[in-house]
Write a protein that binds this ligand. Structure first.
Ligand SMILES: Cc1cc2nc3c(=O)[nH]c(=O)nc-3n(C[C@H](O)[C@H](O)[C@H](O)COP(=O)(O)OP(=O)(O)OC[C@H]3O[C@@H](n4cnc5c(N)ncnc54)[C@H](O)[C@@H]3O)c2cc1C
Length: 201
């Protein structure tokens, strides 16, 4: 009953094959976004890091990393050499009526480490849910996935940098809400479900 269409994205770098620029799947670059040829750089979907940065892929085909690479490279070519540092992972997308956002790392059941614990909340109308990942022992907040509720990037980025604990994040979740005015808010309901789960555990 379901068709999953995943067309994917691949760098279109065939026109560079006759050049001396080093290619892999994309244009190979170092952390300064430099290719092997002096004064030739690559950024965005076509840039391929020699080494993956953290848990990221060597090619990151998302809009905001392209923008960050542009900002970084502008510094370098204006005389302030700067390494590309994408910070905490995040992404947001809207696919027809489905809004999806992710901040930090929330791994699937198969991929997650033995220390990664999840809190999951789903609204009874089946159109909104969140999954929050945290470290089982230290309780450190690791990341969040949201469907149908918009959250604020800056807030989660700050909490990840501050290494906040899951309790703090759940109590302050409304500060991260980014839904337009007159939207219904669910943070109280989510916090109640979280506290209820704590009592059970
Ligand atoms: C269907 C789809 C959905 C997406 N959804 C999301 C999303 O929800 N969130 C997200 O973060 N990202 C999303 N992306 C990825 C995002 O769009 C890209 O990461 C971003 O646009 C890359 O920017 P860029 O400038 O590197 O490359 P591009 O935007 O691809 O720009 C490259 C430009 O170079 C031009 N060009 C190519 N070859 C030549 C040539 N030989 N000479 C001159 N010009 C040339 C092209 O015409 C194009 O305008 C999506 C991509 C697709 C395809």
């Amino acid at each position: 009953n379901v068709v999953g269409l995943t067309a994917g994205v691949s760098p279109n770098v065939d026109f560079l094959k006759s050049s001396k620029i080093e290619l892999g799947r994309g244009v190979k670059v170092n952390r300064f976004l430099e290719t092997n040829i002096k004064d030739v750089y690559a950024i965005g979907d076509c840039a391929e890091q020699h080494e993956a940065i953290g848990n990221r892929r060597t090619i990151e085909a998302v809009w905001y990393t392209g923008r960050m690479m542009g900002e970084t490279l502008a510094q370098t070519i204006c005389g302030n050499p700067m390494q590309y540092n994408p910070g905490h992972w995040f992404n947001s997308a809207k696919f027809f009526a489905i809004e999806y956002q992710t901040y930090g790392w929330v791994f699937s059941e198969k991929m997650k480490s033995q220390f990664e614990e999840h809190f999951h909340w789903k609204h009874k109308d089946d159109t909104k849910c969140i999954t929050v990942a945290y470290h089982k022992e230290t309780k450190k907040f690791l990341g969040i996935n949201t469907f149908g509720i918009r959250m604020r990037h800056e807030t989660f980025d700050k909490w990840l940098t501050e290494q906040q604990e899951i309790d703090y994040v759940m109590k302050h979740l409304s500060e991260a809400n980014f839904d337009p005015e007159f939207y219904k808010h669910y943070e109280r309901e989510i916090l109640e479900a979280y506290n209820h789960q704590l009592k059970i555990v």
